[in-house]
Design a protein around this ligand. Structure first.
Ligand SMILES: [Zn+2]
Length: 266
């Protein structure tokens, strides 16, 4: 015996160390695990069928991303946020030029929250999408006004996070850490930089939510690659079809040769 040979069900590579196992104990290679963009601790809870669905979704992301145009942009907590109003999709990435980002639909945003040291400072309410922007970021500086500590005390703050809650089976929230290192005091320069980033991200998310509310979303944004195969069939397959017709006596030798020439462009 040479031991158990295992192959990744997605790419077919022979598996070594560092593989991830699904609920049914099926192993997946680390590269495909990365492509799936599912948290590694989530993979053991997923079935291979669920991951196969996710795989399809990720391939769709890759295809859609080819025509992605960043109409809107925001930078916050060292992350780049970009949105395409035509595709009605957006992404958040630590890379400035990501090659294969995880895309979210505009309508997947459920709620946006700002947390100071883990305590919610402002909350979009999570009731309806249209209130997200209004409550958290709308009006005359809702964020600054919402911070109870900002004017009275100069207490130390160790974390300032924006939590974006999503209606997505593989990623139900995004945490944007505005205070990337160290601490700050309410009202100091670092604090103000964080708040400006929060406002920038807030305006970005608000625009997405508004854009989504204003125009109805088409049910299937990208055209399926399968649709073109009906009209443009492989000439070799076509020739084989005509050969079958010839063998069955439905067409004669002359007709077959003419078709063959035509299909080969001779
Ligand atoms: Zn693989």
């Amino acid at each position: 015996m040479f031991g158990n040979k295992e192959f990744c069900p997605f790419c077919g590579v022979k598996l070594g160390l560092g593989k991830y196992r699904t609920k049914e104990n099926i192993a997946i290679c680390p590269i495909c695990a990365k492509t799936l963009a599912v948290n590694h601790n989530v993979i053991p809870q997923q079935t291979i069928n669920c991951l196969a669905e996710r795989w399809k979704e990720r391939m769709m992301h890759l295809e859609v991303f080819q025509s992605f145009n960043a109409y809107r942009e925001a930078v916050a907590g060292g992350m780049y946020f970009r949105a395409d109003d035509k595709l009605k999709m957006w992404y958040a990435s630590k890379e400035k030029k990501p090659k294969h980002p995880v895309l979210f639909r505009f309508d997947e945003i459920v709620n946006v929250e700002l947390k100071e040291d883990g305590n919610t400072v402002t909350n979009g309410g999570g009731i309806g999408r249209s209130v997200v922007g209004g409550l958290l970021f709308g009006g005359a500086g809702a964020i600054a006004g919402g911070l109870t500590s900002s004017k009275t005390s100069k207490k130390e703050i160790f974390s300032l996070d924006i939590i974006i809650t999503l209606r997505n089976a593989y990623c139900n929230s995004l945490v944007v850490k505005l205070l990337t290192f160290g601490k700050c005091k309410s009202g100091d320069m670092t604090y103000n930089i964080c708040m400006n980033a929060a406002k920038e991200l807030g305006a970005f998310l608000e625009a997405i939510v508004k854009s989504n509310d204003s125009t109805p979303q088409p049910p299937n944004p990208p055209s399926s690659p399968l649709s073109s195969t009906d009209t443009q069939q492989d000439p070799m397959e076509q020739i084989i079809k005509y050969k079958e017709l010839l063998d069955k006596g439905i067409i004669d030798e002359v007709e077959f040769k003419r078709k063959k020439k035509e299909l080969l462009g001779l």
